[in-house]
Design a protein around this ligand. Structure first.
Ligand code: SF4
Ligand code: SF4
Ligand code: FES
Length: 549
């Protein structure tokens, strides 16, 4: 591999690596607008000019590849700083500078580079700015709004629709200084990946119809999470203000979603706003639910399990919304009750495909973790009732006790016929975060954390195990399901009492050959591809921090 020297630092790179990527390897960010690691290279914005020893003029780093040993590059020198200031000055000639009312403020490539690489004055203060009257808020499609006055003509959005979504709705129209972005006549920017252009637009020209004016970005706390919209398991950043999620943005994982996510997934947090939240446990007496303490509710469930006669039938039904750790605890509960009746409710939905370097990834289940829940042991034993018998057959009518968790509203448990079948169990216990038709008819209701309020792991459609963290704590009265289940199991076997999610995972890894050698805290940033028992492939190092990939 050839070696290149960048600002005095030597780095070995693959033949053909461009200078922006080579510099990243030694922690140097070369400013750029039109370059994006997954789009074709156009060398258009001129922001990435660098000095290469040899050629008389500055060269664009994005279009320059390292082909052999000995290239010497200078970035932190007056000649390059002057060029960067000049490019910024040109870009700002026509920019409206409406940062106070622009949604991109706080995460804008123009703002950031103005501070880092711009200058404090412009020689064009007396010129009239070029504007695009009437094109300040043009809906391009269901997810994206264009403000043409802010566009710096980098063409990232056009290349995205040509090269990533493959839909080609966007193009340049007019010429020279009047050049503008637009959709072709009779078309809309309407494809399953369309909102990604908002993320890659380096300025506030493209904004999200969903997020526009919802929140100033500097008020948002950001936590790594996993989308629950399907079993692809896109890595996302959950951005919230005081426990209210305001948006999901894709988080780079080259093994799964690369830099992207689908428009459907972006909206999945809305159900946390739209549905009524369960706030306190409840126990039904004479057919009427009354609020109860956690202790009483767990006691009630514990007694039903521990005092069940040997002939009693106890069943445990999870959903694909459970974390792997929650499912593992429920499977241990079923073991404690010596019950073969267990299963995972999940259903097929539309196929969602995310492009990546491995040819793309497609998922078609409506929940994120059916595989993880089954791996953890929620599979019917010999002669046991599984999810199909409980939900579509008369299996529940045989049950003296039925625990259903996580009753996420996105699961197939809320169809009125399914509810009526499950209700046939003599005692129905439901864990979940929202009030649903099933919680309304339950004998015991246990209000548990949403996916944004808990730690855990999911196993996606390609058997990749991925960890996520709670973005914020649960409201008072609500407990993460792992905590509630460990409390319940702890009353049957004291050594389960008080276990955290990480401890449950580590116990599960000790039990399941497929997870051998893994620990929760040391799971790789890009997840682990689970293979045959005891063979674990995976990994990846955390991506370098890059505000403008
Ligand atoms: S709208 Fe944004 S991404 Fe598209 S060309 Fe303009 S600045 Fe670039
Ligand atoms: S493909 Fe699935 S996991 Fe990815 S963003 Fe869309 S719904 Fe979420
Ligand atoms: S010209 Fe290199 S990033 Fe735009």
């Amino acid at each position: 591999m050839p070696t290149v020297t960048i600002d005095g630092r030597e780095v070995e790179v693959e033949v053909g690596t461009n200078l922006i990527e080579a510099a990243k390897k030694v922690g140097i960010q070369i400013p750029h607008y039109c370059y994006h690691p997954r789009l074709s290279i156009v060398g258009q914005c001129r922001m990435c000019l660098v000095k290469i020893e040899g050629p008389p003029k500055l060269q664009t780093a994005c279009t320059t590849q390292v082909m052999k040993d000995g290239m010497v590059v200078h970035i932190d020198i007056p000649e390059v700083h002057k060029a960067q200031e000049g490019v910024m000055e040109f870009l700002l000639i026509n920019h409206p500078l409406d940062c106070p009312i622009c949604d991109q403020a706080g995460e804008c490539g123009l703002q950031d580079y103005s501070f880092k690489h711009g200058q404090a004055f412009s020689r064009f203060v007396f010129e009239e700015k070029r504007t695009y009257p009437g094109r300040e808020r043009i809906p391009l499609g269901p997810s994206v709004v264009l403000n043409m006055n802010r566009c710096i003509q980098c063409t990232r959005c056009i290349r995205f629709t040509e090269e990533i979504s493959g839909t080609g709705e966007l193009g340049f129209f007019e010429r020279g200084a009047r050049t503008e972005i637009g959709v072709f006549p009779g078309k809309e920017l309407d494809n399953p990946l369309s909102a990604n252009v908002v993320d890659i637009c380096p300025v506030g020209a493209l904004t999200s119809r969903e997020f526009r004016f919802a929140e100033r970005v500097w008020y948002l706390d950001k936590k790594p999470s996993i989308c629950t919209g399907c079993d692809v398991g896109c890595n996302v950043t959950a951005e919230h203000r005081r426990g209210a999620i305001k948006r999901y943005k894709p988080r780079f994982n080259p093994e799964v979603n690369d830099y992207w996510m689908c428009d459907y997934g972006r909206g999945t947090f809305r159900r946390y706003e739209e549905l009524e939240r369960l706030g306190t446990p409840a126990i039904a007496e004479n057919g009427e639910q009354r609020p109860a303490t956690w202790n009483d509710a767990i006691d009630r469930v514990h007694q039903s399990i521990s005092q069940a006669p040997e002939s009693a039938e106890l069943a445990f039904l999870g959903t694909g919304f459970l974390t792997t750790e929650e499912a593992f605890l429920i499977a241990r509960l079923a073991d404690a009750a010596a019950s073969p009746h267990r299963g995972v409710a999940s259903e097929e939905g539309p196929t969602r495909t995310i492009p990546n370097l491995h040819g793309g990834i497609s998922g078609s289940e409506t929940s994120p973790n059916r595989r993880g829940a089954e791996l953890a042991g929620l599979v019917a034993g010999d002669g046991g009732l599984g999810a199909a018998e409980l939900m579509q057959g008369d299996g529940a009518s045989r049950c003296d006790f039925l625990l259903v968790a996580d009753g996420d509203p996105g699961s197939p448990l809320h169809d009125s016929e399914v509810v009526a079948r499950l209700r046939q169990a003599r005692l129905l216990v439901v864990m979940g975060w929202a009030s649903t038709p099933l919680t309304e008819v339950a004998d015991v209701v246990l209000p548990t954390a949403t996916h944004a309020e808990k730690d855990g792991t999911f196993v996606n459609c390609e058997s990749r195990l991925q960890r996520f963290r709670a973005a914020f704590p649960s409201p008072a009265g609500v407990r993460p399901a792992v905590e509630a289940l460990a409390d319940l199991l702890g009353r049957l076997h004291p050594d389960w009492r008080g276990l955290s999610t990480a401890q449950v995972f580590d116990r599960m890894a000790a039990d399941l050959p497929t997870l051998a050698g893994l620990t929760f805290e040391e799971l790789p940033a890009h997840g682990v591809e689970l293979q045959a028992p005891a063979a674990v492939v995976g990994g990846g190092t955390p991506p370098a921090e890059d505000a403008h990939p």
